[in-house]
Design a protein around this ligand. Structure first.
Ligand code: MRU
Length: 356
């Protein structure tokens, strides 16, 4: 398993800088929560579940390295730290899921001494991390049933080890199917503009011994026409209760192409990605990123100061999704996650108990 992030007993966070992969494996060590916020903004730490885990540990760092005798100031500081993580990226539900859990633990313990509060917060961050590892494993097992004995799977962006606490979601299914002895070949889309598919997915497919070809994003439709794709599997940043999915920009066009070519289009994500309380994907905020991400490649200008649109994600309507794989089961349309919120929450309790 790739070591992507660790909170040490010296109260520092060590994480792999994903912007430098695959050319450099550089670990960053920090005691300052603001570095973690910046790392999320700059995509050194990325992928919906991983940024939730990073924010949880970032909050622990923020609390540990703050010195005050005054309870009111401590509380103001906690909320300031949580707020800066909330403002780091708007789209991935997992980030807010983690911050909500940390805030709940803070509220439940706010009367205790500072060391005890910090201890409880660290336990919660560890629980968020451990649960994500287990959710990935269960998604892998549930999703592997959808993969044939010999299959070509196309994926987009990186929804693997680097994006989660565990083996990944979309890629976790591929790793699990491969471990079961299935012959899986992957087409990894490059994922313009920041190349998570080219840089990160190929990096981890190589490490996991999975055969693949890297393809440019605009080749996907033609591969489908040539009958080289058995299914598409992607991850998700946020899923609405009606099954609409927001994921890396380019996901929508893959789903449209799958519908046209009658190829199954699967989404894999844990319950922590589901926004049970929103009814439609249209209500999900899509992050708009810096124009220079399009105008430049690795810091080199490829255009002048031309006008740019750079949404990080797009919306795949539920009607284009064949199935959504969670740690609980494989869900088929019509999706109604609002109606199963309690079920997911109690399932997470089960995962917790299994681990204890
Ligand atoms: O901008 P990124 O690299 O954080 O985008 C990541 C994705 O879109 C992933 O597909 C998604 O977070 C799911 S990760 C299991």
């Amino acid at each position: 398993m790739i070591d992507k992030l660790e909170y040490t007993n010296k109260h520092e966070l060590i994480f792999l800088d994903q912007t430098l992969l695959p050319l450099k494996e550089k670990y960053v060590k920090t005691k300052n929560y603001k570095d973690v916020v910046d790392a999320i903004v700059e995509l050194k730490l990325r992928g919906a579940p991983l940024i939730g885990i990073a924010a949880a540990y970032g909050i622990v760092l923020g609390v540990h390295h703050y010195r005050t005798e005054n309870r009111k100031n401590f509380e103001i500081h906690f909320h300031k730290v949580a707020e800066s993580f909330r403002n780091s990226r708007p789209t991935a539900r997992n980030l807010f899921y983690a911050i909500e859990r940390m805030s709940r633990v803070y509220d439940e313990n706010s009367g205790k001494d500072f060391i005890e509060i910090e201890d409880q917060l660290l336990r919660e961050a560890d629980a968020i991390f451990d649960e994500d590892v287990e959710m990935c494993n269960r998604i892998g097992v549930n999703g592997a049933d959808l993969i044939g004995e010999k299959a070509s799977v196309l994926t987009h962006c990186n929804a693997g080890e680097l994006a989660t606490g565990g083996i990944g979601t979309a890629l976790g299914i591929i790793y699990t199917a491969s471990k079961q002895g299935k012959d899986v070949f992957v087409y990894s889309c490059e994922t313009r503009p920041l190349m998570q598919g080219a840089r990160l997915t190929t990096y981890e497919l190589e490490k996991n011994g999975i055969e693949f070809d890297l393809v440019i994003d605009s080749m996907a439709a033609n591969l489908m026409k040539e009958q080289q794709i058995d299914c598409v599997i992607i991850g998700a940043d946020r899923i609405a209760s009606n099954g609409d999915v927001v994921n890396k920009v380019g996901s929508y066009s893959l789903a449209v192409n799958c519908a046209f070519h009658k190829i199954p289009f699967y989404v894999a994500a844990p319950g922590s990605t589901i926004d049970f309380d929103i009814t439609s994907g249209d209500l999900i905020e899509i992050e708009e990123r810096d124009a220079d991400e399009i105008r430049e490649i690795r810091g080199e200008k490829i255009t002048g100061s031309v006008p740019v649109m750079n949404p990080a994600f797009d919306l795949v309507p539920a009607s284009l999704i064949t199935a959504i794989v969670t740690e609980y089961k494989v869900h088929y349309p019509p999706y109604n996650f609002g109606g199963v919120k309690q079920m997911f929450q109690s399932y997470i309790q089960t995962i917790r108990k299994d681990e204890e």
